[in-house]
Design a protein around this ligand. Structure first.
Ligand code: CP3
Length: 347
């Protein structure tokens, strides 16, 4: 099958292919024994910058589950490492920055780095994408590239590490809107450079992850965040674009970014038929199996997946996914079974 006719890409164009496409956020990673084995002795960000290893990890879940897309194995903080910031991913915790960006001087220091430097340093990323696409394209399977949205990246960078309510980032918007806008604008450019590198090397679609946007009041999202996300995702014009957030039901319409997003991701809180009413006829929906359901007995999970597919019919097109990432403790055979089930249901 030609890559352009792949069910995922058709669904992103608003078509309803014969089988409903399905992939999983965090399909690559700790739920797979072959991933855990390959990663022994290699730090997360070193794995991301090793082209052969990143390509192999990206391919593992495609081989195993028969999903309709690969998601490039990397991390939202990789472009910040490429920009020269001191960041590590601490196992069991997440990204940690040695010098959090808290003051105007910190914002000056970081935004002085030209986003072009990220593009120039991204050769290992381009090489990993080329290796991956060389395997996937002949099978007609597209590769999805991705980046972090400015708010989610800022939530780590300003706090210095993972936080529950992202208070410092939300505080900066109001305490110093000028510093906030400069930082978020820079993060948008850095994410745009990271997306550009993946597209240049052969990614067929992209997803912008705004995982923590749900902590924002809708008015703050509109005023302080949406313009920067629109800038990051709007930088992409040659491939379809997916925009994902968790807990963003209250402002799902804004997540369309006035049509810049071909698809919006929906978490498990909002039924897809309701989401379709908000997103309107010009937007594909992606989602929204509850990750908690992966622990349920198969008949319970099966009914849930069938319900998700049924409600997804209300949208112009539907890409099945989870409402958020695969939890590390997930039994991977359950994911394979979901793929088989979704593909067996008449679209
Ligand atoms: O399969 C995929 O989805 C592709 C790869 C991918 C990773 N991170 C690999 C990863 C993607 C798309 C991401 C994006 C990412 N990274 C997001 C947005 C998506 C989301 O899940 O909301 C966020 C918020 C991050 C930041 C981050 N990186 C966190 C919170 C963690 C988990 C920390 C932990 O150990 O629990 C990471 C690390 C990370 N990124 C892992 C993987 C496979 C685990 C690293 C390991 O194996 O030790």
């Amino acid at each position: 099958m030609a890559l352009t006719d792949a069910p995922l890409l058709r669904a992103l164009r608003g078509d309803r292919p014969e089988t409903t496409p399905v992939w999983f956020m965090r399909q690559a990673g700790r739920s797979l024994p072959e991933y855990r084995e390959l990663r022994v002795g290699t730090q997360m960000l070193d794995a991301c910058l090793n082209p052969e290893m990143a390509a192999e990890i990206t391919l593992q879940p495609v081989r195993r589950h028969g999903v309709d897309a690969g998601i490039f194995f990397s991390d939202i903080v990789v472009p910040l490492r490429l920009a020269g910031l001191d960041v590590e991913i601490v196992p069991g915790r997440g990204p940690v920055f040695s010098d959090p960006v808290r003051t105007t001087a910190d914002v000056d220091r970081v935004t002085a780095i030209a986003p072009e430097e990220v593009a120039a340093a991204a050769e290992p990323i381009r090489e990993a994408v080329r290796l991956t696409v060389a395997e996937l394209a002949p099978q007609g399977v597209p590769l999805i590239g991705f980046a972090g949205a400015p708010f989610t990246l800022a939530a780590y960078l300003i706090e210095g590490g993972p936080s529950k309510e992202h208070l410092r980032a939300r505080a900066m918007m109001h305490a110093d809107p000028d510093a906030w806008n400069r930082l978020a604008g820079w993060l948008a450019d850095v994410s745009a450079a990271f997306l550009g590198a993946q597209i240049e090397a052969g990614a067929s679609a992209v997803q912008l992850f705004d995982s923590w946007a749900g902590s924002l009041a809708p008015a703050d999202y509109r005023r302080f965040v949406r313009p920067h996300s629109a800038s990051a995702l709007g930088s992409v014009t040659s491939v379809p674009r997916i925009h994902f957030g968790v807990g963003t039901g209250p402002f799902l319409g804004d997540m369309r970014l006035d049509g810049i997003a071909d698809a919006v991701g929906v978490d498990w809180r909002l039924p897809l038929d309701e989401a379709a009413g908000v997103a309107g006829p010009g937007t594909t929906l992606q989602g929204n199996i509850d990750p908690a359901m992966l622990q349920a007995p198969w008949p319970v999970l099966e009914q849930h997946v069938r319900d998700v597919v049924e409600r997804g019919r209300a949208a112009r097109a539907h890409i099945v996914n989870l409402g958020h990432g695969v939890p590390p403790e997930t039994d991977p055979t359950v994911l394979t079974r979901i793929v088989e089930l979704v593909h067996s249901i008449r679209a």
